[in-house]
Design a protein around this ligand. Sequence first.
Ligand SMILES: [Zn+2]
Length: 497
Amino acid sequence: MIKIHNTLTKKIEEFIPIEPGKVKMYVCGPTVYNYIHIGNARPAIFFDTVRRYFEYRNYKVTYVQNFTDVDDKMIEKANAEGVEVKDIADKYISAYLEDTKKVNLKEEGMIRPKATDHIKEMIKSINILIDKEFAYESQGDVYFDVEKYNEHYGELSGQKIEDLKAGARIEVTDIKKSSVDFALWKSAKKGELSWESPWGKGRPGWHIECSAMSKKYLGATFDIHGGGQDLIFPHHENEIAQSKCSYGGDYARYWIHNGYINIKGQKMSKSKGNFFLLREILDDYEGKVVRFFMLSSHYRKPIDFSEVELNMAKSAINRIENSMLAMLEKFDTEISTEGRDGSELKIILENSKLKFIEAMDEDFNTAQAIGVLFELIKKVNKSMEEKINTDGKIILKEIYVFIKTILIDVLGVEIVIKKQIRDLSVELIDLIKEINIENPIKENKENITIELIEFLIEKRKIAKKDKNFALSDKIRDKMAKIGVKIKDGREKTTWTI
Ligand SMILES: [Zn+2]
């Protein structure tokens, strides 16, 4: 039984899907006006893991995550750079997909609607709200009438209309009926990106985007709505108000919100300058390390981000990979009719399976799930010190498959288990210097032997093409001396160490 901490009730509740065996979930996606920072990566990774876990538990998941590709910040950026809003959106959507691919987001079957492709649906929703008198037009804008909805407003965030009004700046304009009303449609300023509407040219407000898109792909009532904690108010509160008033239904049954990322105990923010882009981090760390780091804490807790933490994640993954490599070697090398059978290992495995599910069932406690994994690895390492018989090996193989499945399929951490390639990086870097070619590969990175070899082979190919046989032969001979044998095939050059 999967349990979820529901922001709506502030309780951990049993998850009961609307349709048995199916999960419909919507997660607020990025506003694509910049490269994403590590704080944006957290919901992307966490909710992808939620999806994967539901699938592991045999649910069929419909997963929608949108792109907000029009808003004030995007218009500002487009104006500043002298380009169209669409150019900004295209650039940062592909950057987002490129970055998130490296942290292994499961794209297969994911629905990724763009706000600008759904203007018609948004206008339709706004029209319904006006017809039902939950919204009003004012000087080309349309606002949601919060006081009309009144009694339920604040059910998610705990905000009270009276308090919000008291805290609001006194606005000189009389464009809105109340300071708490929010825009569903904004009239366009001259030259701004806009669409025709019954209220003149303009563009949608941010909140209505998610209401209209979730309705289209998931219906008026769906199972789970997710996002970062910072979206609870006003974004999600407003989504609920609009959606309930326009389409009826409950909107989302379960609301899941992930915590912040802190840097040295402080919330990460651009203005404080303690700000890291995901792609900067991915220059130095593999995606699996970033992903493992994120999942090592409970999603509702803030995470402290630092190099120390990333290095800890890295060595944790190393430990797992080494242990799995040792298992592989044990399968290959040890042939024995003597030694221990698999009965003890079998109990350890069955226990771990149960504990893993228990941890993940309890509000997706990935931190605890990872703990279960390490506990298992510790026990297996110990038992591998002794001889095991054929029967024991079968169980060991099952353990191997289990670890691989939960790491790669469920947690999305793409561990690599292969026999290590001898580290020749120092010799190869010297060789590159010796033949006087520029080395684009960062020397402080680990495991760069393969990269360096491929780079040299490419250089040799170019030299051959340029008929610089002196250089191409030199590269081949020097590499052979180091111990890398190059073989020219008909289509491809291969190498062995
Ligand atoms: Zn949203």
